[in-house]
Ligand binder design. Sequence first.
Ligand SMILES: Cc1ncc(COP(=O)(O)O)c(C=O)c1O
Length: 343
Amino acid sequence: MDADALNFRLNCFPKLVYGVYPTPLQRLARLEKRVHGPTLWLKRDDGLGPAMGGNKGRKLEFLMADALNQGYRKVITFGGLQSNHARMTAAACAPLGLQPHLFFFAPRPPVLTGNLLFDQLLGAKLHFIPFGGQSSGDLTLEQTTRLVRWLARLLVGPGGYFMPVGGHTPLGCLGYVAAALELHQQAQTMGLPLDKTTIVTAAGTGGTLTGLLVGLSLLNSPLRLLGLDIGKLWRAFPDSLARLAGQICQLLGEYMVWRGRDIPLIQHRYAGPGYSQLDDPTRQAISLLAQQEGILLDPVYTGKAFAGMLDLIQQRYFTPAEHLIFLHTGGLPGLWAFPELVQ
Ligand SMILES: Cc1ncc(COP(=O)(O)O)c(C=O)c1O
């Protein structure tokens, strides 16, 4: 499928706009000299709105339009205590007059910091359920979503638009199909060698990775893709992402069969002790980018994935002739919840 055809299909879905596109693709020249490896680029999706931005802006463009068109008055979602998706959903609800309900499977912290502070400022109803918190890979993503949907219906009542963790639906992931098209065209315009270029991204629920994968595949783009799991969160994760990829294709009117092994994901290796648990490589990666380029990463997603990318460069997984585009997916409010970053 060519770019115009994909663009046409994406335009069939109503959406709101939370960003100025294309987001910048910025060279990291100073860091490059330091790491002696491939040419490094940063794709600045951290600048997308609303409310201090991040990758969820692209997913919410489709999801909020859907909630609005179906006449919902409440939006329900869930995530970890420092969920950027929850914060951005709350922000997206405000100007539409919708009531956000955010579920967290943890006790209410004594002080609300980072994203939780913003959730409260944005007028969200916060539901703290003090059990089942640390998702440790016992359930699949789909099982988790079904359980929370049932619980939320029980607690909030009917009439809420339910969004799975991370906006992880085929419709939401169209945001990253569109991003694949954007990146393909942007890299081409900027003269990057597409067949020697890899996009690297953090994978939490994997929707960003899967949307990009579907977009690049439909375009037959030579751009490569690599997701780094930051949480060890789900059982049979690649299989869930393969199912999602098939559903996204279907939504776009294409039939493609995906298997778990088609998903370009490094699982577990760079997740450290677990989701939202800070480790030394992450701390060092955040400091390195901050001090070389004046750019901040977050401790839960981008810091971990960036640390993984730096390790892969060191292991010669990529050659110096290659180009890497690290997708900065945002998450900066999470920094305030990790004072231990600076010791
Ligand atoms: C800042 C940030 N980066 C990356 C991700 C991962 O995105 P996805 O859930 O689509 O894998 C998330 C959310 O999960 C996030 O909040």
